[in-house]
Design a protein around this ligand. Structure first.
Ligand code: KG4
Ligand code: ZN
Length: 334
């Protein structure tokens, strides 16, 4: 077995652990999801999330190590997400990784959650990491980033209000769908007409790489009194139209960013990149625009520790480690 590292992710409501090689190859990975717990509150409750991280983290570490046929002593380093995210959640993963690093006298590596998402399209044999324009679309962030290399990132644009995942989730909540709403809207959209409602596409001005999704939310709110949401076809049409509006903006801004940068490789990652409509539209539009597209594998789109291990391995290979005093940061910038 080549040298490996253990990675932990606990920035929000998923507790996750993974073992990967120092080249970033994923050996074992587990996620304990808390979706069913937070669903009853309609969103993530921070204190409930951190208490559940505590319950799951040790077991997950034992499981991924056992599956990899390894012990803590075999690990070359211990990594964990240190931000951005919920402070009380971040503290669980980082405390565990630091404790293991101290016990085994091995380095600790603090990983930026957004770098985990950003680099995830280069996993599963798509490496090495190379220059590209990256779109990250998650529950908390929507960003266009120019990647010059590992650790060399230039922010091109981001959302001025809601993130794309947040727009999916808020609209879904307004029409009575379960949290998280993105996958629900994705499913319903396959049976709906994307042209049934003409929702706004906020392109701001023609050259802007910033996003805004709050107008879409308001447009749906104004439409609601006229709709019979108990009618499944109406709900499906509304879902398909909302999804079409979000997808069109994401796809067109990514193509615009690639053109402005003169970049031929584009990547897309984060929870929203699971969306089937988005994946299909990206493939078609990038082929038409002559762009090479790398999408994160569906199981690596939403929060997982594999992507944290991959990012840690990229940093570790250049000699980077973090001090044990390194603090968590809920607003850690990329
Ligand atoms: O990356 P992620 O797991 O967590 C954050 O870092 O935020 O993203 C979660 C977000 C949620 O807003 C969820 O609704 C959205 O990703 N999402 C989707 C889909 N699957 C997850 N949005 C649209 N379609 C999906 N299939
Ligand atoms: Zn995430």
């Amino acid at each position: 077995m080549p040298d490996c590292l253990l990675a932990l992710e606990s920035s929000c409501d998923e507790t996750a652990a993974a073992v990967c090689t120092l080249e970033g190859e994923l050996i074992s990975s587990r996620i304990a999801t808390q979706i069913a717990i937070h669903r009853q509150y309609g969103g993530v409750v921070p204190e409930v999330a951190s208490r559940n991280h505590i319950l799951h983290v040790r077991l997950l570490v034992e499981e991924v190590l056992a599956e990899a046929g390894q012990t803590p002593r075999d690990m070359a380093a211990f990594a964990a997400t240190s931000g951005p995210g919920l402070v009380s959640s971040l503290l669980i993963g980082t405390s565990m990784a630091k404790a293991l690093a101290i016990a085994e006298s091995k380095p600790f590596i603090a990983v930026n959650h957004m770098e985990g998402h950003l680099l995830s399209p280069f996993m599963s044999g798509n490496g090495p990491v190379r220059p590209c324009v990256a779109l990250i679309v998650s529950g908390g962030h929507t960003m266009l980033v120019r990647v010059h290399g590992v650790g060399r990132y230039e922010l091109l644009g981001r959302t001025r209000d809601d993130a794309a995942g947040e727009a999916f989730d808020k609209v879904a909540k307004m029409v009575g769908l379960h949290y998280p709403g993105g996958p629900e809207i994705d499913k319903l959209s396959t049976r709906g007409d994307p042209k049934a409602f003409d929702f706004p596409r906020s392109f701001l001005d023609g050259r802007s790489l910033e996003f805004s999704f709050s107008g879409l939310k308001t447009a749906v709110l104004y439409e609601l009194p006229r709709l019979d949401l108990k009618n499944e076809q109406v709900l499906a049409d509304l879902s398909a139209s909302v999804q079409a509006a979000i997808v069109e903006v994401l796809v067109e801004k990514l193509v615009l960013a690639a053109r402005q940068c003169g970049e031929k490789l584009v990547t897309v990652s984060g929870g929203v990149s699971c969306n089937k409509g988005l994946r299909a539209a990206l493939s078609a539009r990038c082929a038409k625009a002559g762009l090479q597209l790398l999408l994160a594998r569906p199981d690596l789109c939403t929060d997982n520790a594999g992507m944290i291990g991959f990012a840690a391995a990229q940093r570790f290979s250049t000699g980077h480690t973090s001090p044990l005093e390194a603090d968590v940061d809920p607003n850690l910038p990329l």
